[in-house]
Design a protein around this ligand. Sequence first.
Ligand SMILES: CC(C)(COP(=O)(O)OP(=O)(O)OC[C@H]1O[C@@H](n2cnc3c(N)ncnc32)[C@H](O)[C@@H]1OP(=O)(O)O)[C@@H](O)C(=O)NCCC(=O)NCCS
Length: 158
Amino acid sequence: MISLAPMTRELFHEYYRGFRYDPAVFNDMELYEKCRSRPYDEAEVNRHYDARMSRAGSLSLAAMLDGRVIGDVVLKRIDREKKQCEIGIHLISDEFKGLGYGTEALRQAISYAFDELGMEKVLADCIVKNTRSRHVIEKLGFCFLGEEDGFYKFELCR
Ligand SMILES: CC(C)(COP(=O)(O)OP(=O)(O)OC[C@H]1O[C@@H](n2cnc3c(N)ncnc32)[C@H](O)[C@@H]1OP(=O)(O)O)[C@@H](O)C(=O)NCCC(=O)NCCS
């Protein structure tokens, strides 16, 4: 069963040790080829974690399955005045995709945004070719807003 936990530095390292890039999130396939051949780099992951944690209005969550981190879920651009935020997710590797875990992790993060953070709107996006992401976003009830700069944009209101 999926649960969400605060993304600690330790979990972030565990995530990146097992992380595999997904071509569905790249428009630039040369960049994908470059990224996928990069090995886990402890110092780089530390810098990435520090940058994440210093970003205002952002909350990083680890999607956990049987005590292992299998996904990175982010609530970002949390705007307390407008009561809206954006959501993003990336599962660790193909082994864990297509099994319902992404949908469940998003469902829990959306509930957290509405019920704990008091948000009234959650925004999501995906690149046009990412049909799986679009399917999951719409399955969760998000409305399609349109396309902007190669991204499909969606919103879910409480
Ligand atoms: C997108 C992501 C979070 C979805 O999580 P997941 O656990 O793989 O997805 P689920 O198993 O919960 O649901 C997949 C659904 O998409 C459908 N699907 C699978 N491949 C698809 C495709 N190529 N096009 C359209 N729908 C597709 C499945 O049939 C399933 O739908 P159903 O529940 O109605 O049967 C996950 O695949 C992921 O992390 N991908 C890489 C990063 C990414 O794309 N992040 C989103 C960027 S905005």
